[in-house]
Design a protein around this ligand. Structure first.
Ligand code: FME
Ligand code: ZN
Ligand code: ZN
Length: 454
């Protein structure tokens, strides 16, 4: 027991929460602080080898290696991101980076659910397995990446291009983050809705604001926005009144397409943007949308819609240039016959007696980079009986749920890293019966991958 009778695992989790590793705006060098903290942890408690790689300056990726007894077998990758989204401190009832714990056992902090809990749970599960002298058959790699919250381009995205990533290959299965589940079950994600961040740009004539000028940039843009919002209303209706809570309705957020107007810009500005010339018709206006295309809708179908909306108004649209161009669906098969890892995952969970609900992740995680290159990836954060609080004010996780998650990973790592060669895996030099991993990425507009039940 640690201080105040607290379990040392919990104390370490709280310590990690105090590092302000906010993507984009943390204190200078804080990413390195987080990685240094993790490497000390590995040195002191796991005694495993590790290395860091920084394809983007100041954005280190930490790779920890636990060698398997049969290193030629495809590896098991446990991925987590150590960056967190900012906290609006004025809306929190506690300090977002103090990792306070209530008497009842709730641990408050930015990253408590997303996903510093998982970073520590992986480490603690492996610490326990090492302590009880369990040896993995397959090599296990822990990867800790930055910048997931910014889209992963300068984190997992660039990591894929490095020799350090090549060294993890072939990968059998990768685990990455999921979401809390308020019910008694865990949720596991085998795919994600595909994020499209769009910019619509309208142009038109100028003139005096007192006249009827036709075809203005603003009017055209508003027409496109109205069509987009109409589409949004229809999708909202399809979801029903549950608001995406997976337990009150048959449909979850992952089953419909969301669209939100998240940026509007226009107007002739004065004084560096402090005021506007409201009597001058602006010649340009822009809107930005966050769209998440559900797995049932081929991206080409959505593309046709937005093309229509824009063509009708004579305006243009483009993908936001700062996002990673992953615009297709990538799914991991949940057919045991196609993907034996799925069966192993389910069996290990069933062994623990906890129900599992497979779903499509409503947002985007680093899993999509892995699925895109054919790696089977499951999004899983072992948090049940817990409200979904990622990115919210007063994010918390109960210490008992955190501790239970370590037990879960212990079981999972034993099952996955202890797995003998699968029939879908080639013997050295020989052919395999078929790829186990992610279903083939469908061509633009194609169906969801083979074996994936939607
Ligand atoms: C377009 S990539 C964005 C990634 C981000 N991930 C977590 O919130 C998300 O908004 O889903
Ligand atoms: Zn996350
Ligand atoms: Zn997040």
């Amino acid at each position: 027991m640690g201080e105040d009778g607290e379990r040392p695992e919990v104390s370490r989790f709280r310590e990690f929460l105090r590092i302000r590793s906010i993507s984009g705006e943390g204190p200078k060098g804080v990413y390195q602080t987080a990685v240094d903290w993790l490497t000390r942890y590995v040195d002191d408690l796991l005694h495993l080898s590790w290395e860091t790689v920084s394809p983007c300056k100041g954005k280190p990726i930490l790779i920890v290696k636990w060698p398997g007894s049969e290193p030629s077998l495809p590896s098991v990758v446990l991925n987590s991101h150590y960056d967190v989204v900012p906290a609006m401190q004025e809306h929190w009832t506690v300090d977002a980076f103090a990792a306070e714990k209530t008497e009842e056992g709730r641990i408050y902090g930015r990253g408590a659910q997303d996903m510093k809990c998982v970073c520590i749970q992986y480490l603690e599960a492996i610490r326990r397995l090492i302590e009880r002298r369990w040896q993995p058959r397959r090599t296990v790699y822990l990867t800790f990446v930055p910048d997931e919250e910014l889209g992963g381009t300068e984190g997992m995205g660039v990591f894929l291009e490095t020799p350090q990533f090549a060294a993890l290959q072939p990968i059998g299965i990768a685990l990455d983050e999921g979401l809390a589940n308020p019910s008694n079950a865990y949720t596991v994600f085998y795919g994600e809705r595909t994020p499209w961040w769009l910019l619509v740009k309208a142009e038109g004539p100028t003139g005096h604001g007192s006249r009827f000028i036709e075809g203005t940039a603003m009017a055209k843009l508003v027409d496109v926005c109205n069509k987009a919002l109409e589409f949004r209303r229809a999708q909202r209706a399809e979801l029903g009144h549950s608001g995406g809570c997976s337990h009150a309705a048959a449909k979850t957020l992952g089953d419909v397409t969301t669209l939100n107007l998240t940026m509007l810009r226009g107007g002739v500005t004065l004084d560096g943007g402090a005021t506007y010339s409201l009597n001058v018709i602006p010649t340009e206006a822009q809107a930005g949308f966050d769209v998440r295309i559900c797995a049932r809708t081929p991206p080409s179908e959505f593309r046709a819609l937005i093309d229509d909306w824009c063509r009708a108004e004579g305006v243009s649209w483009s993908f936001a240039p700062w996002t990673t161009p992953l615009h297709d669906h990538y799914l991991t098969s949940i057919d045991r016959d196609v993907n034996p890892w799925w069966g192993m995952f389910l069996d290990a969970m069933a062994h623990g007696g906890v129900p599992v609900e497979p779903e499509i992740f409503p947002a985007a995680t680093d899993s999509r980079f892995l699925r895109r290159i054919g790696v089977a990836a499951l999004g899983f954060s072992p948090m049940r009986r817990t409200p979904v609080l990622l990115h919210e004010h007063d994010e918390w996780l109960h210490e008992d749920v955190f501790l239970e998650g370590i037990d879960v990973y212990e079981r999972l790592v034993e099952a996955l890293a202890g797995a003998p060669r699968l029939r879908t895996e080639a013997a050295e030099g020989g052919p395999a019966e078929g790829a186990a991993g992610a279903a083939e990425a469908p061509a633009e507009g194609g169906e969801a991958g083979a074996g994936a039940e939607l």
